[in-house]
Design a protein around this ligand. Sequence first.
Ligand code: FE2
Length: 378
Amino acid sequence: MNRRDAMEPEKSRADVFPVKGVDHLRFLVGNARQAAHYYSTAFGMKCVAYRGPEQGFRDHAEYVLVSGGARFVLTGMVHAGAPGAEHVTKHGDGISDIAIEVPDVDAAYLHATESGATGVTEPHDLKDEHGTVRLASIATYGDTVHTLIDRSGYDGPFLPGFVAREPIVSVRPKRFFQAVDHVVGNVELGKMDEWVEFYARVMGFTNMAEFIGDDIATDYSALMSKVVADGTRKVKFPLNEPAVSARKSQIDEYLEFYGGPGAQHVALATNDILNTVDAMRGAGVEFLDTPDSYYDDPELRARIGNVRAPIEELKRRKILVDRDEDGYLLQIFTKPVQDRPTVFFELIERHGSLGFGKGNFKALFEAIEREQELRGNL
Ligand SMILES: [Fe+2]
């Protein structure tokens, strides 16, 4: 199957599981108040809503932060034994829920569970003076869930019970990123195809692109990766599994330290990666290093051709470039953003390319391995 065929949306898919996009990502964290501060200052996000004991919700403090269409919910436990505490104990700070907005929660939940997905929460309404939201949730890899949500009958700041709140820090004049581009899952050895098949069966998602074997093998590390997406390409989920290699791969490291499968990285779409990287670095975010040789490689220079910024500007910031038949993309990856070497972020600026930076995988993984070596995990 050539790439064009693989990219062709499946016409029938829309009928079985239409989606509107990623609604929000829920992070279960050890300290939501401080996490909200970090994503405000370092990621330029705006805190817009809150729910906690003050609103009568005794278990959690939850902060909702947005940047354009990207929405993070940071949930912390306010007493011992609150629901979610075991998630944080096991996984550290991590993404517990990749919530998907759908036009019809009941139909989506019914289709998913009849197709073999495990139901976690049955369809139900949440109401307040701003209207009604309908929700349900299903299980995916590891302890991660997909909440299915229809907020078309609701005009409050997030969900019923949440109250609007002032930003935590003064809001930046220009946002750093506009949307969640994709969310990557790491699954166990040999399980990638099972999860690709899960998303095909349960959500009608199709395989967008494929990376296998040598494409992404370094001397030490290897992984396999496939990307599933809905027919409109609004929701894109790459799935990685470790491949057998000489030493511990970055996926093995993640699985060991996360305590099982989970969301590995979130790619944030920006239209100004140069200024965003400068601002985030200035706020203390650490990015993976790329050797200067990457930018001086004549083969790479020939392959990427002309991009919107001088290569010296990209080199200065360690921004990677990849090109395919549709266009090019600029991307860069943060180091893990918590103590465990688990969840990290990507910034991506697309210029036509619908890919994920396949041409950069080797350079990227070698950079990750340098970090693994420093941690004693290679
Ligand atoms: Fe990515």
